[in-house]
Design a protein around this ligand. Sequence first.
Ligand SMILES: [Fe+2]
Ligand SMILES: [Fe+2]
Length: 476
Amino acid sequence: MTTPLQFYLITDSHYVSKRNWVEAEPFTGREKGDQIALKLSPEILDGFLEKIKADEQTNIVLFTGDNVNNGDKNSHEEFIARLRDLQAAGKRVFVTTATHDYCGDGEDENFFHAVRYTETGTEDIESVHKGDLFDMYYDFGPAEADSVHKESGSYTVLLSPGCRLVMINDNGNGRSHCGLFQDGMQWLTEVLKKAKADGEIVFAAVHHPVLPPWEVYRHLVEFEMVGGYALLKTLFCEENVHVVFTGHTHVQNIQKYTDEQGRWFYDVSTIALVSAYGKMRKVSVDVEARRCKITSVQLEKLEGAPQDKPPQEYLYRINFTGLLESLMPLIKTDFNRFLSEASCVLPTDKLKKHRILAKAALKKLDALPLSVLAKFGKKYNGLTKTEIAALKSKRALTPLFEVMRCVFPGNAPFTPDTVEYKVFTGVTKKADALLKRFPVEKVTKLIPPGSSLTEMAIPMLYNNRTGDDDNLETEV
Ligand SMILES: [Fe+2]
Ligand SMILES: [Fe+2]
């Protein structure tokens, strides 16, 4: 039996050099604002790279952008040193870059600015601009490519005979159009047509999403989709590209798109490496059988984090929901500490102004039983009086936090047979009915045309997509 072709994929490592900050409020605030583990980003990346180096069966590694967090030279230097290290360990390394990898230069809309965080603020440090990236990363893809689109930095390589990788580097102005321009699309079309004619399997990768993780994402922040995503959908279907890997959303999510003629592809979006539940993908391809298996790999331990609990539990505090969940008990015991720790996450200035009211409201919310929500949506949720009475002892915030906790790592647990599903969809159905009678523009404008709050809530309650955001087996 031949060894299958295998590769790892890492996205959104948002690496920050330790030369760029000191332990003080300015960088702590930046980390809270960004909602990702910036302080431990080197340790997290190294933890995953150790796993990759230890896997002698897998000699290919892909990085699909937002490799560093702030477009600064220090972080790029250290990131590239790690890529060279991988190469020295016998790995082929393929990289693309994205908007966090460079600083704006006035010509574009990119607002990243290379700084060092001091005790009291920030000071400018050497930055990297978009035009620098191609040469900096030349050895990690373009040098081995059989075709390069230099203007965007996209390229294509054969991973093994019969299996091709197309790394699409998002071009554009860093904000309202991140994608290929016309000549880039033409290059991509030619590459894909040739690969199809040669009978090759093609894996594509691009930083921004081709399919949104949820329709509401496309509705509210369409500029965060890859520019020209509608064209790409058609192109992938026409040219038999069955899997495209994406990042950027920081969401672990697998979507399938099928066009009217039954042609299809998967957008496999991978969670940011530095998210609380950060993962990398491992892909195994049986080229002869034209099948691939995608799995997900997580860290079991993390240098620099407390060793008495899983790293995910520690890192969860960096997320809005994690911080809020861990701080809720402080509302009763130490409201001042609650406010100070929730700064940069909650509107603490407003909460301070209305201290008594805020404290009472938060206490009430903390103690709210699930039965109250069940009663609110009683007409719609299919629960009996006895079932609702049994929910009196259950806290409403527990499943709410669980739903919010699963927004980034996917695979939320509340399938239609669970009481939580019935309660939450009861609430959204009642809210939809109320909105029909009393449309509130602030809310209705958030709902995609033809959709409803209930339709928006269901993909957050359980995986109604492919059934599993971590794993996929498919023909390619
Ligand atoms: Fe990112
Ligand atoms: Fe991004």
